[in-house]
Write a protein that binds this ligand. Structure first.
Ligand code: FES
Length: 108
């Protein structure tokens, strides 16, 4: 596992990703989706486990779920579970805010 710095501060992260929005970023050759909800920031895989659309193009609802733009499957950002269990859960990546920035933990 490796920790990789994404932003210089949490304020910078939240200014680049407004609340209820998400953004795709490539980190160490891996594309991830960063989502900003009223509950905080989350990092998950960007490829939908159903048929592969980009979750970063989806929307976020009041249940802290990200909704895929293609077939509207809903994935909880804390558990990764799809709300009706129609496909496997999302891979989630821990985020950590440190004194010098926001980091994501990715597998090697
Ligand atoms: S590709 Fe995401 S719900 Fe079908």
């Amino acid at each position: 596992m490796q920790w990789i710095k994404l932003f210089d501060s949490e304020a910078e992260a939240k200014s680049q990703i407004p609340v209820t929005r998400s953004k795709a970023v490539v980190v160490a050759g891996k594309e991830i989706c960063l989502a900003h909800t009223p509950a905080g920031l989350y990092a998950v895989e960007n490829v939908c486990p159903h048929l592969g659309d980009a979750l970063s193009r989806g929307t976020i609802n009041y249940l802290n779920e990200i909704i895929c733009p293609w077939h509207s499957y809903r994935f909880h950002l804390v558990t990764g579970e799809e709300c009706k269990g129609r496909t496997r859960p999302l891979k989630r990546f821990p985020l950590e805010t440190r004194a010098d920035g926001v980091y994501v933990q990715l597998p090697d």
